[in-house]
Design a protein around this ligand. Structure first.
Ligand code: HEC
Ligand code: HEC
Ligand code: HEC
Ligand code: HEC
Ligand code: HEC
Ligand code: HEC
Length: 403
């Protein structure tokens, strides 16, 4: 009784297509740097190096032009391991200071590396000569391609959603057929007695009970779980227009996220702060904004359809995660600022919560939320415990999440 695990395969596809689109976009990104190529080439360094600020995997690169000779830098960036193995004292020292994490070799020409070094020297500044440049034909083509892939992806996902719906329907059919077989077998066993061998009855009954049990278990576990749920809303409210294009801060509208269990949905008053004046949108004209004015005048709240919804037996607090845990909304809700219509990107299952609690280190030192954890503080300050993850503070206790 396997049902295809559609949500996760869809998630994989989505992730893969995102990478593809991101890759294309990066490849042809408008290159407003020292030279257009340098910024592009520096992208492959960003994962490990900051230009300014704290050390990442490798050292922060501001000032590197001053502390090292250019030809050394060229050799080191192209193939650091070769330089280290040659016994170069500076290279060996840098290597050891960075816990002997090897920097991967880079297939770059001398000129490309010199450009990157200039880019580093300028502090990653935008050279106005390139900043204002028109997007090239290549870049346009790449963007078109990315859009096309995204559109195809969407169409494919719609089809998958259909298949999933069918699978659910088949689920129901299997359930009913199994019940009917069970009844027929029971009737034969006690009334009609057509089949003489009793083991046939018992085998069939066992198999039927197993299938029914499994279906009930799966269905009940999935009740209320609705990854990719995306209901239509009474007003065409777009996060892309508000949080994306107009860069309105999430907490301007979801004010309660910092101090309360719920993040809260803004009331019509909040909309009216702006829509008193803004009476027309680029996508929907006056039609949708008129609904706000109507709600305002009639005093009837807009009936938003709730998207994320945990079962009643689970306790979840935004304040704990957003304020104390300093998590970004996107960690749980995805890139909301790109969504015209909100979609639930995570399944909100218990496994999802626990997985993050296991891996997420909490900011333990100087956090007043954790003053109560005396023992842990002792261990933390005497070095017995080096890092504290959410599950060590009780983020894996049944009672913390269940009423
Ligand atoms: C996977 C991580 C990683 C990537 C990607 C990476 N580096 Fe490094 N880099 C390191 C590490 C780690 C060191 C420290 C030396 C060592 O351990 O080999 C280092 C050292 C350096 C140094 C020497 C710094 C010093 O203080 O002497 C320079 C310069 C440098 N990297 C430049 C670059 C550039 C430019 C790129 C991109 C083209 C890049 N790195 C990509 C990890 C990385
Ligand atoms: C201008 C006000 C406004 C801003 C800014 C805003 N939102 Fe919203 N948000 C709303 C409204 C109204 C709804 C309810 C309608 C809907 O679901 O689209 C909502 C719904 C949501 C939901 C779904 C709630 C549910 O029903 O489960 C999430 C998640 C969310 N917002 C996250 C964010 C994040 C993250 C940001 C910042 C990137 C943000 N919002 C910025 C107004 C706003
Ligand atoms: C901080 C200012 C601000 C707030 C608060 C705000 N909006 Fe907007 N809204 C805008 C701006 C700016 C536009 C873009 C107009 C345009 O398309 O140029 C817009 C556009 C819209 C549109 C039309 C979109 C389109 O492009 O057709 C709708 C519908 C809308 N908002 C609904 C809402 C609702 C509902 C709320 C309250 C939950 C809300 N807005 C709160 C600033 C705001
Ligand atoms: C650790 C994960 C996590 C983070 C971080 C998070 N949320 Fe949520 N959010 C949830 C869950 C889970 C729910 C469903 C809660 C429920 O049903 O009780 C939810 C529900 C919501 C809702 C709808 C209902 C409500 O009022 O609570 C909104 C709106 C929302 N989140 C906005 C945000 C915004 C804005 C941020 C960032 C400031 C944010 N969330 C950060 C997990 C998260
Ligand atoms: C993206 C990571 C992430 C996800 C997903 C997440 N949490 Fe958390 N959670 C944290 C972190 C980090 C903390 C510690 C916060 C702090 O520093 O106070 C925490 C703390 C908690 C606490 C407080 C534990 C204590 O010791 O008091 C509860 C309860 C909790 N989470 C419930 C949930 C539930 C329920 C879900 C799923 C619906 C969930 N969390 C999903 C990261 C996450
Ligand atoms: C970090 C938060 C968290 C912790 C800790 C936690 N749970 Fe859950 N639990 C959840 C969430 C969220 C759900 C809802 C899952 C869903 O709707 O699919 C859930 C659902 C359940 C269910 C319902 C069956 C199901 O799969 O939906 C049971 C039973 C359960 N939990 C038992 C436990 C027990 C026993 C523990 C302690 C060992 C525990 N939980 C610890 C978050 C948590």
């Amino acid at each position: 009784m396997m049902i295809p695990n559609l949500p996760s395969s869809r998630r994989m596809k989505r992730v893969m297509s995102l990478f593809l689109i991101l890759g294309l976009a990066l490849l042809f990104k408008p290159l407003g740097a020292q030279t257009p190529e340098a910024e592009k080439n520096f992208q492959q360094c960003r994962a490990c190096h900051n230009l300014e600020g704290p050390k990442l995997i490798g050292p922060t690169l501001s000032g590197v032009n001053e502390r090292r000779a250019q030809d050394w830098l060229i050799r080191f960036i192209r193939n650091s391991q070769e330089v280290i193995q040659s016994g170069d004292p500076i290279a060996v020292k840098v290597y050891e200071e960075n816990n002997k994490i090897p920097m991967p070799p880079h297939n770059l020409t001398d000129e490309q590396i010199i450009d990157i070094l200039k880019y580093i020297k300028s502090g990653g500044k935008v050279d106005p000569q390139y900043a204002a440049a028109e997007p090239s034909a290549d870049q346009k083509a790449a963007e078109d391609l990315a859009l096309k892939i995204a559109a195809e992806q969407e169409a494919r996902e719609e089809k998958l959603a259909d298949i999933e719906r069918d699978a659910n329907r088949n689920f129901g059919t299997t359930f009913i057929i199994t019940i009917i077989i069970l009844l027929v077998v029971l009737i034969d066993l006690f009334v009609t007695r057509v089949i003489k061998a009793k083991f046939v009855h018992s085998t069939l009954i066992l198999v039927a009970l197993f299938i029914i049990g499994e279906i009930i278990y799966k269905e009940s576990a999935a009740v209320g779980r609705q990854q990719y749920y995306q209901p239509d809303q009474p007003v065409w409210f777009s996060h892309k227009v508000h949080a994306g294009q107009n860069q309105i801060d999430c907490k301007y509208c979801h004010t309660a996220a910092d101090y309360s269990k719920s993040a809260g949905i803004p009331s019509v008053n909040v909309c009216m702060n702006c829509h008193n004046l803004v009476r027309e949108g680029k996508v929907t004209g006056t039609e949708e904004i008129a609904k706000i004015h109507k709600a305002w005048e009639s005093g009837e709240p807009i009936q938003w359809v709730r998207v994320h919804n945990l079962p009643d037996h689970v306790f979840f607090s935004h304040a704990q995660h957003v304020k104390s845990g300093k998590l970004d909304c996107a960690e749980c809700h995805g890139e909301v600022e790109t969504m015209n219509q909100i979609i639930q990107v995570n399944d909100l299952s218990m496994g999802w919560c626990l997985q993050c609690h296991r891996k997420t280190e909490v900011q333990f030192a100087d956090n007043k939320f954790f003053m109560a954890y005396e023992k842990m503080h002792e261990k933390f300050s005497n070095g017995e415990v080096k890092k504290v993850t959410a599950d060590m503070l009780g983020g894996a206790d049944c009672m913390k999440c269940h009423y």
